[in-house]
Design a protein around this ligand. Sequence first.
Ligand code: NDP
Length: 438
Amino acid sequence: MTNLERRYPGEKEYHQAVYELLMSIEEIYNQMPYFDKHSIIERLIEPDRVLIFKVPWVDDMGNIQVNRGFRVQFNNALGPYKGGLRFHPSVNVSIMKFLAFEQVFKNSLTTLSLGGAKGGSDFDPKGKSDGEIMRFCQAFMLELWRHIGPEIDIPAGDIGVGTREIGYLYGMYKKLTRQHNGTLTGKGTDWGGSLLRPEATGYGVVYFINEMLARQKDNIEGKVVAISGFGNVAWGVAKKATELGAKVVTLSGPDGFVYDPDGVRGEKIDFMLELRASNEDIIEPYSQKYPKARFFSNRKPWEVKCDIAIPCATQNELDENDALQLVKNGCRCICEAANMPCTPEAIDIIIQAKLLYAPGKAANAGGVATSGLEMSQNAMKLSWPANEVDMRLQHIMQNIHQNCVKYGLQPDGYINYLKGANIAGFLKVAHAMAEQGV
Ligand code: NDP
């Protein structure tokens, strides 16, 4: 860690992600001198390559704008690089590296042959016209296409990148390469996208929660659920959780959160999509449309009494105080749907209180897993029906859960899912690296 911090000063999200992994695997690593002989840690924490490029584009006023584009191809020991693209003003090298690093182990957990990568831009899609979004995506792809391909690197969506953006990116990729080879996932279902991909991350999270609860002879039905965010992942979680009989009582945006005592269900879930499509970064209109819902400005949903808390927005959104509040309010389960949404201090509190805690790299792996299923369908030039994709997704989430239990079971019976996920994800990558030589 000292060497890493010296070499990459200020990359705090990246340091945080590496530290979390190293702490979890310390014991098993030290039991196997073979790893040290192959310098696995030193090789694992250094990305294969970090691409940073200029993205000049023209806005609606005819002005030239310049953004930065990134692609971090972290590790391809298990398969071609795979990971989403994020368009958000907060994007920087540290965030790209942390996300790509996490992606390596997440993809390993899915049991599919996928390496880990992440990319994006500090471009802010908020308030941009459709034409501006298209021109930006095209300009971004003008550089990225050289570095990706169906057997090299297959990007997908993330914050700020949904089906529309994937369409513009893929359209440009096709023009440049003259190939329709499925190099991006999250495509429209009429032109190569997998059914259920938009829902998959959220559905997978709920399946994972049900697996955790099943070990305690329980399930999600009747549980009160607090979630944050109102984007793609929050939408999928709300849809599946309500379908299985839970009551989702909160949503949030950077402006605050809404509490809906009647539950976010039915047409209200569709309204989330409308809000998101409006390109505004506010959740407040939800409480104007549904008068029983109350809006709490600049506050987080973690103060609400709930059985299950599911952070679905962004990194480090649930801190120590939030964790203490959740424990105090009798919350039983905290499941990360976003990537690294809980701070290390919050995780310590949650694990010490012996709550069910699922790290994002395990719980939200259903998204990339379904992207992997999209790649398989593209390769076969076939399209599976939704129930087949869903069945495979459920099976993958069950497998991930079993692996977490295998490596996370503590002597007192508590399952440390963080440790379990990190060890299971790490072992596969480490063995592959050692077997493939330096
Ligand atoms: P979206 O852009 O669709 O949604 C993100 C949501 O979170 C938006 O509603 C956003 O509001 C809100 N938000 C952003 N910052 C904050 C904040 N500080 N407090 C509260 N709300 C906030 O992204 P996704 O749903 O795709 O991604 C969400 C998380 O899930 C990310 O961590 C992502 O990496 C992770 N993830 C996504 C996968 C996917 O398949 N999409 C797969 C696996 C993980 P606003 O738009 O106004 O900023």
